[in-house]
Design a protein around this ligand. Structure first.
Ligand SMILES: Cc1cc2nc3c(=O)[nH]c(=O)nc-3n(C[C@H](O)[C@H](O)[C@H](O)COP(=O)(O)O)c2cc1C
Length: 253
C-alpha cells in the first residue's frame, strides 16, 4: 500500500536550497508514496486566533477559520510521514511555517495531563502519529546554529504525538553552488530518505550529512566574496572551492 507523505516546503524563495534537500529525501523514500507538498507562503492560512473555539464542547476540533489549512489537515488525517522542510530564520522557523504549526492547535484537546516526559501536555485528537523528520538548511558554517530549531522540533513532536524520526541538517548553504562539493551530501540525503522508510534516519547518516565541506574561516571568506561580485572575487571563490575539493579528496585517500 502507498504511504502518504505530508511535506511542508517552507522556503519563501525560488529556487530553494531547502526544497532541493526535501526532494532528495522524498526520492530516497522511493516511488511507492503519495506525496503532498505544501508551500505555506503561497497559501491562504490565517494565524491561529487563540479563540479556543476548537476546544468548545459544541465544536470540538473545528476551526472558525475556513481557509487553506484545511488542505493540510485533510492530508494530515491520512499521513504516514510528516516532512518539515524549513530554512533556518533567526535560529528557528520562518513565521509562515510557524503559522502552520500553530494551526495544529486544533489537534489538541483542552484537558491537561502529565506527559511521558513528566511535564504537562494535552491529549490529542485524530490519533495520528506520522513519522516526522526535520529538514533544514542554514547560511552559517556551524551546525550548532540548528540547536534551537532541533530542540523546538523535538518539543513540537512531543506535544503533537508525532513520531520523531530524525533530522537532515545542512549548514554552509552558501557553498552549495560550487560544483561537486555537495555531491556526497546529496547521496547521503537520499540514503536518509531510504532509512526513514525503514524506520528512522540514523544518527550516523545525520552526522555525515552535517559534516562541514570546508573550514569555517574559508567558508566565511567564500560567502563574503560571493556577495562582493566581480571577476576577481569570483576567481577567489573558485580557488576556495578547489581547495575544499582537494582537502576532501586527501581525507578520503
Ligand atoms: C530572514 C532570514 C534569517 C536567517 N537566519 C539565519 C540564521 O539564523 N542562521 C543561519 O545560519 N542562516 C540564516 N539565514 C540563511 C538561510 O537559513 C539560508 O540561506 C538557507 O539555506 C536558505 O534556504 P532556502 O534557499 O531554502 O530559502 C537566514 C536567512 C534569512 C533570509
Amino acid at each position: 500500500m502507498r504511504s502518504v507523505v505530508l511535506a511542508i516546503s517552507g522556503s519563501l524563495r525560488e529556487p530553494s536550497f531547502t526544497e532541493k534537500i526535501l526532494d532528495l529525501c522524498i526520492k530516497g523514500l522511493g516511488e511507492n508514496q503519495e506525496v503532498h507538498k505544501f508551500y505555506p507562503h503561497k497559501m491562504n492560512i490565517g494565524p491561529c486566533k487563540g479563540c479556543r473555539s476548537c476546544w468548545k464542547p459544541k465544536t470540538p476540533g473545528e476551526c472558525v477559520q475556513k481557509d487553506d489549512f484545511e488542505q493540510i489537515l485533510d492530508v494530515y488525517k491520512r499521513a504516514d510521514y510528516f516532512l518539515l522542510a524549513t530554512p533556518l530564520y533567526f535560529f528557528d522557523l520562518p513565521a509562515t511555517v510557524k503559522n502552520v504549526i500553530d494551526r495544529f492547535f486544533i489537534i489538541l484537546e483542552p484537558a491537561q495531563i502529565k506527559s511521558d516526559e513528566g511535564g504537562s501536555t494535552h491529549p490529542k485528537r485524530l490519533g495520528r502519529h506520522p513519522k516526522a523528520a526535520l529538514i533544514s538548511s542554514c547560511g552559517f558554517a556551524e551546525i550548532e546554529n540548528f540547536d534551537l530549531l532541533r530542540q523546538h522540533f523535538r518539543l513540537i513532536c512531543e506535544h503533537t504525538d508525532w513520531s520523531w524520526s530524525g533530522e537532515i541538517l545542512v549548514s554552509e548553504a552558501g557553498a552549495a553552488a560550487a560544483p561537486k562539493l555537495f555531491d556526497r551530501k546529496y547521496n547521503l540525503i537520499e540514503k536518509a530518505g531510504a532509512e526513514l522508510l525503514e524506520g528512522m534516519i540514523s544518527q550516523k547518516t545525520t552526522n555525515a550529512i552535517a559534516a562541514p565541506v570546508m573550514p569555517a574561516e574559508d567558508y566565511r571568506r567564500m560567502v563574503t566574496l560571493n556577495f562582493e561580485g566581480g571577476v576577481i572575487a569570483k576567481a577567489k571563490v573558485s580557488l576556495i572551492a578547489i581547495k575544499a575539493m582537494r582537502d576532501k579528496k586527501k581525507i578520503r585517500e
